[in-house]
Design a protein around this ligand. Structure first.
Ligand SMILES: [Zn+2]
Length: 181
């Protein structure tokens, strides 16, 4: 194959466009720096966290099962906010969970579940929420002894995915929030 005049022309055109490509690259770099600086997650309660005792930890034994989240103690009525942008996938007010809400983040591929809220949420499955948007308040509904948020982080969409220990994430978010105050 040989380069015809048309191919040579397009190479010349590309060379003349090089400064434009460089500028575009620099813009993209700056955009990704800005994205990195903007947090994607926030601490889910507007309170100084109290992590409770050993039985508040993820993995603590419960009657017939294990504790699948981390408890964060705070006064009743403390605002709860969406930990990330996401979509409500489940809400309810029954059983041991009390008033609860589940927020699915497609970016994180995780569902964040908030239990024992003071009142039923005003959101419905399918609603979008933005990071930091108020979704409820700390309470003690369902199986609960002392006002707290029970937070679960579950793999995938919905409340049945494998849970993971949220404490490291929560501590990081709490420290960042405290540093800004
Ligand atoms: Zn709990």
């Amino acid at each position: 194959m040989s380069l015809g005049p048309r191919a040579l022309l397009s190479v010349a055109a590309l060379i003349s466009l090089a400064p434009t490509f460089q500028a575009a690259g620099r813009l993209a770099e700056r955009a990704s720096e800005r994205a990195a600086a903007r947090p994607e997650t926030v601490f889910p309660a507007l309170a100084k966290p109290d992590w409770g005792e050993a039985d508040a930890r993820f993995g603590a034994p419960r009657a017939g099962h294990m504790h699948e989240g981390q408890d964060v103690f705070a006064p009743a009525g403390t605002p709860l906010v969406a930990i990330r942008d996401g979509r409500i996938v489940e809400t309810g007010d029954e059983g041991g969970r009390g008033n609860y809400i589940a927020i699915w983040s497609a970016d994180a591929r995780r569902t964040f579940v908030y239990l024992h809220m003071l009142r039923p949420t005003r959101f419905e499955p399918g609603d979008r929420v933005r990071m930091g948007q108020r979704v409820g308040a700390v309470g003690c509904t369902g199986s609960c002894w002392g006002d707290h948020l029970h937070l679960e982080v579950r793999r995938g969409r919905g409340t049945t995915g494998r849970p993971s220990d949220p404490l490291a994430l929560l501590k990081r978010l709490a420290a960042r929030r405290a540093a800004r105050e």
